[in-house]
Design a protein around this ligand. Structure first.
Ligand code: ADP
Ligand code: MG
Length: 725
């Protein structure tokens, strides 16, 4: 009895403690929401500027304004030995003079700074009053800044000067913070911001609550959040910095993952789906009898992932990524057959008529021995035929419908559409995807196939509403395309090589960039190119096609068909051939002005060759002078055929916003992490996030209370990153 009572009082004390602690934690986390204007040394004017220039509005925002590097402030250089290059210097010396100097209509402020080894000029182009008021000739200062050449002489523009007696001699490493011109004018250069942060760290001592439960921190050896902030901003030694950064990146990426999963959870709750639990004769007959080869390991794995989805009773929303020719279509077809085995219809939607037709032809050929009704529906399907297809779709006789976005039209109704395969999603967009869903009681399962791989970290982060499958293996026997980089000086040899290949019976593409902004110029260079090629490859030995986007559709088709049929040897074209052309006999792809294309586009273009049994080649022609980035793109293309590797480099070069097309919705919410280089932490946090959402501990376990509060704050404050086309 006594025991029970004790238990009870323990229990209520426990509960009381928990509620109490929680209340304190909530209070603490709200403390971080304090507007930045309340911080000593800020005030309304600077607060407004901090908001405008760096989007720093609250204490928390300032805490998350991280140094982009560190300098050792205990080390001093001397004037006679300043490295006149990049890199900042720190000097100790005297201000010898300070006066305004006029330069034309403008004025600059000029000072002379002197140490025992020499003198250097200091200049200010702005904020003169502030500088004049705060500096004193004759005084000794610590100077921090970058020496630059201005006109004929070296000087240091807008240095940070600290009166020697105020220099904190104890600190070694000091963070360098990004700032802006306007902030610098108000004294908020790196040093000024640093001062605010010192102030802030002092104020938030013991009030930065730790968002993660102790077990998670132990498991991943994470330091306390507050310690991490303190270390990153005011490091005591180098060794702690990486640990602190790891902790903060973990925080940042975990919440990004939680955010994505949370948004997806919302659609999951609504998302019951059809059950395909049978494997019937369509699937097995095709798989065992008609299929002339084995699936690759990657195909088998992805097929398994799909089968698990469609058996689960939940709605499938899956993206299959894989390079051109990796066998995505086949996996999609097998999935559709599974649908038909379970009494459902399936549809495949492609972005262009050419692509839809190609898929139709391929699939029809594959299924020629199976009793499966299949139809092609595009914008140019004749009315009568179209009506027949509509009817068969409605009464359920039609098993597979393949087509363009014509499938989305109002009149197209299915009796029981169970699966939709979408080829190259980025041309459709979410809204259209949603329209498909409305055609049923339950939404059909969705399988999206893309040949433009995006890096794993991006896929894991952005496709919050999609599961991602990767086919990262090509069917056996493919010869990798040989890629080389050449310049105009090599033109004659390139043409010679083309002649050799043509003599072997192969065909050649020559692609020119066509960018809308200077379409006229580009078109001219296409015509010039065509002229040059025509001169070097004269009739009657050679025949050349030319295709570009400004041509009439019928002319374009005519020229294209000539090349497809092998009547022309060379296809001179703009990027219109990027998608949808399949000419297995074409073995050479020449890309002119290759430096003007992005990596993913180059890779797509290269994918037009290498489709037959022959060894294929891709020749990147560029000017001699290339930017660093363009050089990297060329090198990458030459080095690898792997679309995923290329996508990784693309991410490094362009950043996630550009690749995912989210610039409209603002910057990525990441302050510290880099999706291109922090893949390991992305994976870790993704696993943690998945686990705690799946087993509900995130919702039910008190240890996650603060994280839940933080997440709901995030969900309210950010646009929906998961929703991208
Ligand atoms: P993707 O859609 O990814 O571009 P496809 O499914 O169209 O690739 O396949 C490209 C070519 O490779 C097709 O001719 C297809 O029949 C063939 N193929 C697909 N899977 C295999 C495999 N496992 N073994 C051999 N050939 C395959
Ligand atoms: Mg395909």
């Amino acid at each position: 009895m006594t025991l029970g009572k004790k238990n009870q009082s323990n229990h209520s004390r426990d509960l009381f403690n928990r509620v109490f602690i929680f209340a304190i934690q909530v209070f603490m986390s709200q403390f971080l929401d304090t507007p930045i204007a309340y911080l000593k040394g800020v005030g309304p004017q600077r607060a407004e500027l901090l908001d405008k220039e760096l989007r720093i509005r609250t204490y928390e925002d300032l805490l998350n304004h991280f140094p982009f590097r560190y300098v050792d402030r205990s080390a001093y250089q001397v004037v006679s030995d300043i490295p006149f290059t990049d890199g900042a210097v720190q000097l100790k010396g005297k201000l010898v003079s300070l006066q305004p100097v006029s330069m034309g209509r403008k004025k600059k402020l000029s000072a002379v700074f002197e140490d025992p080894t020499g003198r250097i000029e200091l200049v200010w182009f702005q904020g003169h009053q502030y500088v004049m008021k705060n500096l004193m000739v004759g005084k000794v200062y610590q100077l921090y800044g970058k020496a630059k050449k201005f006109g004929n002489s070296w000087n240091i523009a807008h240095p940070e000067l600290t009166p020697w007696e105020k220099v904190d001699k104890s600190t070694g490493l000091v963070g360098v913070y990004s700032s802006t011109e306007k902030l610098t004018d108000k004294g908020l250069h790196s040093k000024g911001i640093s001062k605010l942060i010192v102030q802030l760290i002092e104020q938030v001592k013991n009030v930065i609550p730790d968002t993660l439960p102790i077990e998670v921190k132990n498991q991943y050896r994470l330091m306390a959040l507050e310690t991490a902030y303190k270390t990153v901003h005011l490091p005591q030694n180098d060794a702690d910095i990486p640990k602190a950064i790891f902790r903060l990146k973990f925080e940042e990426l975990l919440f990004l993952q939680l955010e994505m999963l949370q948004r997806r959870q919302i659609s999951f709750e609504k998302g019951r789906g059809f059950v395909f639990d049978k494997v019937g004769s369509n699937f097995t007959d095709f798989y065992e009898k008609s299929l002339p080869f084995d699936l690759t390991g990657a195909q088998k794995r992805v097929l398994k992932e799909i089968r698990k989805d469609v058996k689960s009773g939940r709605h499938m929303n899956r993206l299959i990524q894989g390079d051109v020719g990796s066998g995505k279509t086949l996996v999609a077809l097998l999935s559709m057959l599974l649908g038909t085995d379970n009494g459902f219809q399936a549809a495949l939607m492609a972005p262009t008529e050419i692509l839809a037709t190609q898929h139709y032809e391929t699939i029809k050929e594959f299924l020629k021995d199976l009793p499966i009704e299949i139809a092609l529906l595009t914008g140019s399907t004749r009315k009568k035929e179209r009506e027949g297809i509509h009817e068969k779709a409605r009464d359920g006789r039609l098993a597979l419908m393949i087509g363009t976005h014509a499938l989305l039209e109002e009149e197209v109704r299915f009796q029981n559409l169970g699966l939709v395969v979408i080829v190259e999603n980025h041309r459709f967009g979410v809204a259209q995807r949603a329209r498909m869903w409305k055609k049923n009681t339950l939404p059909p399962h969705i399988l999206i196939m893309t040949a433009t791989p995006i890096p794993r970290t991006l896929a894991m982060t952005f496709y919050g509403d999609l599961d991602v499958s990767v086919i990262d293996e090509l069917p056996p026997g493919r010869k990798p395309i040989t890629t080389v980089h050449r310049q105009e000086a090599h033109r004659a040899r390139v043409f010679g090589f083309m002649k050799e290949e043509i003599a072997k019976g192969r065909q050649v593409y020559i692609v020119y960039p066509l960018i809308e902004e200077n379409a006229k110029l580009d078109l001219n260079s296409l015509y010039e190119g065509f002229e040059a090629v025509s001169r070097s490859f004269p009739r009657p030995d050679y025949h050349i096609s030319m295709v570009h986007g400004k041509m009439k559709l019928a002319d374009k088709d005519f020229e294209m068909q000539r090349f497809v049929k092998g009547e022309t040897h060379i296809m001179v074209a703009t990027t219109v051939i990027e998608v949808g052309v399949n000419v297995p006999n074409a073995s050479v792809m020449i890309i002119e002005n290759a430096e003007r294309f992005g990596l993913s586009q180059l890779h797509q273009l290269r994918g037009r060759v290498g489709r037959g049994a022959e060894q294929s080649f891709c020749i990147l022609m560029s000017s001699v002078k290339l930017s660093k980035e363009a050089k990297k793109r060329m090198e990458t293309m030459v080095r690898t055929n792997d679309g995923f590797e290329i996508a990784e480099v693309d991410l490094e070069l362009r950043g996630p916003g550009d690749i995912m097309g989210t610039q409209q919705s603002g910057e990525l919410p990441l302050k510290l992490s880099n999706l291109a280089t922090d893949g390991a932490i992305v994976t870790l946090t993704r696993d943690v996030a998945r686990k705690i959402m799946q087993d509900q501990s995130f919702y039910q376990n008190n240890d996650w209370n603060l994280a839940r509060i933080k997440l709901s704050k995030i969900l309210k404050s950010r646009p929906n990153w998961g929703k991208i086309a």
